[in-house]
Design a protein around this ligand. Structure first.
Ligand code: DHB
Length: 390
């Protein structure tokens, strides 16, 4: 009886081996960790839609391997992100860690990427220092210094002399504030006050009152994706839209996901950013249309591009290694890769593993009854200045 069982087992195993010669090696798993619930769920929704759209458009077989996506919700809580990343590495044996909707979530995971020697693709979090935490981190979104520097230069060139900065009080906000102060001062401007608003449950009212009292030429704002609507509502309630104080910012504040619901208060707001859904290229028109079809009419925002291009980078790396999931080989394949994104031409800087991309100056305008960030100037191939500024 025992012998029969043994033979039955041996035959079955052999059959399995013959049917799948390389066993689990034939599947490459990508662990995508995103805030799908909580106050930053819009970031998760945008990135998940874009990642799935990329896979739908490009297929799920790369270099002879089956690509499998595992999506996990961290609710925007760093301890959860870290625990999920550990489980994905140890239990699911993922070849890539990806996602990371906020800076603290990326920082919590970087040591795991180093230990496991697994590429970590940061699709949203945008504090400059993140890529310095591990040689296995690369980024397909942007950094705050990268998009803030052109804003400070534009403001100085356009007659703005006195500015108050108003940022969310954590990594990317501090990066934006520091960069704006430095670049604006070097161009002859003056930052008269720097205000910082809490990340959780922000109330802008007392800070906007301060801006009103200081009466600068402009207020420069950074808030993370999704928070722009609350900011704009309080900006109007305080009467700042009629105060003559110009509103400037990085494009996070006029996030395409929520811009259309902000109303006319957003008209004329000038921002600098790496992506607008109104970017007038054929590749972007096709992207916006496909994204809308895949999501019940949602407009893609900048975070979606971090997801879409993150997948382009992963697919390229797997092709280059001929399907090998050796972490160092994959990282080497990513360094220096150049491709055409719906946002414009992009590349991975081989020395910093940061994305190099155009930054556009844009103004909110009404086109066919809808609000859009209309690009009117391009600063080509901007690197992250956060690395050299220190
Ligand atoms: C970060 C998050 C955002 O939604 C954003 O627009 C910019 C930066 C961050 O946490 O790094």
């Amino acid at each position: 009886m025992k012998i029969v069982r043994f033979f039955a087992f041996a035959t079955a195993s052999l059959a399995a081996l013959l049917a799948f010669p390389a066993g689990a090696q034939d599947t490459v798993k990508i662990g995508l960790i995103l805030p799908m619930t909580g106050p930053f769920a819009s970031t998760g929704r945008q990135i998940e839609t874009a990642v799935k759209l990329y896979m739908q458009q490009h297929g799920t077989t790369v270099a002879g391997k089956k690509v499998e996506l595992i999506v996990k919700d961290d609710g925007g809580v760093a301890d959860t992100t870290r625990r999920i990343a550990q489980e994905l590495v140890l239990n699911d044996k993922v070849a890539f860690l990806a996602g990371f909707g906020l800076t603290p979530l990326a920082l919590a995971t970087a040591p795991i990427a180093t230990q496991a020697k697994i590429p970590m693709i940061v699709m949203a979090a945008a504090t400059s220092a993140i890529t310095e935490q591990s040689p296995f981190v690369t980024r397909t979104g942007f950094t705050l210094p990268q998009v803030t520097q052109p804003m400070a230069e534009w403001a100085a060139k356009n007659g703005i002399k006195k500015v108050v900065t108003l940022v969310t009080d954590y990594g990317p906000g501090i990066d934006a504030e520091t960069t704006f102060r430095k670049v604006f001062a070097a161009a002859g401007g003056e930052v008269v006050e720097s205000l910082r608003v809490p990340l959780r449950n922000p109330d802008f009212a007392p800070f906007l009152q301060k801006v009103h009292d200081l009466a600068p030429n402009a207020v420069f704002v950074f808030v993370p994706a999704g928070v722009g609507s609350i900011f704009m509502k309080q900006f109007t309630e305080r009467g700042l839209d009629k105060s003559g104080i110009k509103l400037l910012g990085t494009g996070d504040v006029t996030d395409d996901d929520i811009l259309n619901d902000m109303g006319d208060v957003a008209l004329g707001v000038v921002t600098t950013f790496h992506y607008s859904a109104a970017h007038p290229s054929p590749a972007n028109k096709a992207y916006v249309e496909a994204f809308g079809k895949a999501s019940n009419g949602m407009r893609p925002n900048f975070h979606s591009l971090g997801g879409y291009d993150g997948m382009a980078l992963i697919y390229h790396a797997l092709e280059a290694t001929k399907g090998s999931t050796d972490g160092e080989a994959l990282m080497n394949a990513m360094k220096g890769y150049t491709w055409e994104s719906p946002r414009g031409p992009v590349a991975i800087d081989p020395s910093t593993r940061e994305i190099v991309q155009n930054v556009y100056v844009r103004k909110v305008e009404k086109v066919n009854g809808q609000l859009w960030n209309v690009e009117f100037q391009t600063i080509p191939a901007v690197k992250d200045p956060g690395k050299t500024a220190k």
